[in-house]
Design a binder for this molecule. Structure first.
Ligand code: AMP
Length: 425
């Protein structure tokens, strides 16, 4: 026997009924994005490798170890996107979306790829819901982005969320900070091999090391917030003031850095109870140098990414009834002919209708109707056909009524509409 082929490690199939919950999460997100004036962009899954190498940073884990990179038949180096912001900026510049004054707001939903060690909450293909606002650097916009993110999570029913926030300053503050950090790193011993390399290449990346030992050594490291210049300090204070004004609880986390090099000023994460070790359900921040780094004008930006796979793990069970469905149970060839035409008619009326393609006993058909969650089953047999009538059975209470075959689709549509009004289906 030939072996069956399995999915790639760290990549999952998304099956019903779970896929329906994913659709609902995406629908809620879209509605909240629209409220805040964010428009959808859909971007390719493949980009030139250089886009990510240049923006995320050569010394980050993502670029150094985790990208799915290959050479195509033309000899170009391409990479499956590990994150969305760099490509949103690429599309923003390439399509002239940056032209004209003011803030431009986009959202995008889709899969990302990182060659990480798979575990609960960490996959090699995972899914993000991203919001990005480009063109303006004012603290009010930082707060809008954070409120938008929290609004989406709360509308989805998530509780037990914690907003962690920090300021990473601007490149000017970072020069001072890097100098202090370099001295600190040189004075301590016990760094992992990766950090010894990072220490020389880009000391900021040491802060993001996943090793517990390095994190313990870092407890006494200098803090970025002590190096903020006046403008960055004012920006950060105003963000915190506005969050307090809107009653948004936050925890300042002076050691928070993100896994990507392009962040400046405001950086944040949202953690959620119930996720275990990988408890960050979303993260984001400002990236004021990124547009310029990618060859555009000096325009600022800020955004966030929700990890949709993690979000699904903690999403409360919601009672979200499927649309009422009608099942047509037909016995014998003439009744099946009639039922098959009726199926088309019902769907034309906008109703969800199903039929047993296998021509089985009434009992088997009724059990299929139950499995499909049908609200009503229409029973058609030779006798009913001869009388020009059918039997309509409510699946939850078992009550039955007889309806004329003539005009049946319209009568069923009216019946469903009435039941919906009375919240019975
Ligand atoms: P990042 O793009 O690294 O800032 O991550 C943003 C969010 O995406 C995180 O807070 C996670 O919720 C999610 N995420 C990142 N990497 C993975 C992964 N490998 N598997 C599942 N979710 C992830």
């Amino acid at each position: 026997m030939t072996d069956t082929i399995r999915a790639v490690r760290g990549m999952k199939d998304l099956l019903p009924p779970e896929s329906r919950r994913w659709q609902q999460v995406e629908a809620v997100s879209r509605e909240i994005f629209a409220r805040y004036g964010y428009q959808e962009i859909r971007l390719p899954l493949l980009e030139r490798t250089e886009l990510f190498a240049r923006s995320i940073g050569a010394d980050t884990d993502i670029v150094a170890k985790e990208m799915y990179t290959f050479t195509d038949r033309h000899g170009d180096s391409l990479t499956l996107r590990p994150e969305a912001t760099a490509q949103v900026v690429r599309a923003y510049l390439e399509n002239g979306l940056h032209l004209g004054a003011g803030v431009k707001k986009f959202f995008t939903i889709g899969p990302m790829f990182r060659y990480e060690r798979p575990q609960k909450g960490r996959y090699r293909q995972f899914h993000q819901i991203n919001g990005e606002a480009l063109g303006v650097d004012v603290p009010e916009l930082d707060v809008e982005v954070i409120l938008l993110l929290l609004d989406i999570l709360k509308h989805l029913g998530l509780r037990d969320l914690e907003l962690l926030i920090n300021s990473l300053g601007c490149p000017v503050c970072q020069v001072d900070f890097k100098a202090r950090l370099t001295i600190f790193l040189a004075r301590r011993e016990g760094w992992c091999d990766d950090c010894l390399r990072r220490r020389a290449a880009n000391p900021l990346r040491v802060l993001d090391c996943k090793s517990q030992n390095c994190q313990a050594l870092l407890m006494e490291a200098p803090l970025l917030r002590d190096c903020l210049d006046d403008d960055c300090r004012r920006h950060y204070d105003r963000v915190l003031e506005l969050l307090s004004r809107f009653g948004v609880p936050y925890t300042e986390q002076p050691r928070l850095v993100r896994g990507l090099d392009y962040y400046t000023r405001t950086a944040f994460e949202v953690t959620a109870g119930g996720l275990g070790a990988q408890d960050a359900v979303a993260g984001g921040g400002r990236y004021n140098g990124l547009v310029k780094e990618l060859g555009g004008p000096d325009l600022p930006g800020i955004g966030f990414a929700i990890g949709q796979d993690r979000l699904m793990e903690i999403l409360p069970e919601q009672d979200s009834p499927a649309p009422p469905r009608i099942f047509l149970a037909a016995l014998g060839p003439p009744a099946r002919e009639t039922a098959f035409s009726l199926l088309r008619e019902l769907r034309r009326q906008g109703l969800a209708a199903e039929f047993d393609f296998q021509d089985r006993s009434l009992k088997a058909q009724l059990s299929l109707a139950n499995r499909l969650g049908a609200s009503f089953t229409v029973i058609l047999g030779d006798r009913e056909l001869a009388q020009g009538r059918v039997l309509v059975r409510r699946m939850d209470g078992g009550e039955q009524q007889t309806l004329p075959l003539d005009g049946l689709a319209a009568a069923l549509a009216a019946l469903i509409a009435r039941e919906k009004d009375e919240h019975r289906v």
